[in-house]
Design a protein around this ligand. Structure first.
Ligand SMILES: [Zn+2]
Length: 162
């Protein structure tokens, strides 16, 4: 079975993802700019270190999205970042991870499947934790080194209880 491809909207970096860090994860450059809190930016970088790819969609897909958005009336409600996310999902044949109804609406027009970050019934939400190699403290927010003893940190996925 092919490894699923996901395109992540902004909430994925704030709330969490209903998929795995070992899946193929993509997002567009504008999403990073929408993150205002330091912890969320650090989480974005943490995802990048885990393999997240940040890429813009090819212009022909973006044009296709623009055109369709005008006919459905979603154009006004969608930001440039929103349209880029849908275009990238179309280009990569990926599943969109988004909580935005206008994005979901337009995604449906193209037959792009989507999941929300707060979706009911998801089997695994990724929470990330970092364990200090020195003092063994667990950190839930990303740090470069242990804030207590300065040792290197080892990242691991913490699965939510079912
Ligand atoms: Zn430590």
């Amino acid at each position: 079975m092919a490894i699923p491809i996901y395109v992540l909207d902004t909430p994925a970096f704030i709330v969490g993802i209903p998929c795995s860090l070992t899946d193929k994860l993509y997002t567009v450059p504008g999403v990073f700019l929408e993150l205002s809190r330091k912890a969320d930016k650090e989480r974005f970088e943490y995802f990048q270190n885990a393999g997240l790819k940040v890429q813009s969609p090819a212009s022909k897909y973006l044009e296709e999205i623009e055109l369709k958005a005008k006919t459905t009336g979603d154009s006004e409600r969608l930001s440039e970042v929103d349209k880029s996310l849908i275009a990238l999902a179309l280009e990569l044949n990926a599943v969109l991870i988004t909580d935005d109804y206008s994005i979901q609406n337009l995604a449906e027009e193209f037959g792009i499947s989507y999941r929300t970050v707060s979706e009911k019934g998801i089997t695994e939400i990724i929470h990330w934790e970092l364990k200090c190699k020195g003092c063994a403290r667990i950190w839930n927010e990303p740090h470069q080194t242990c804030p207590v003893c300065g040792s290197a940190l080892k990242s691991s996925r913490k699965k939510s209880d079912k």
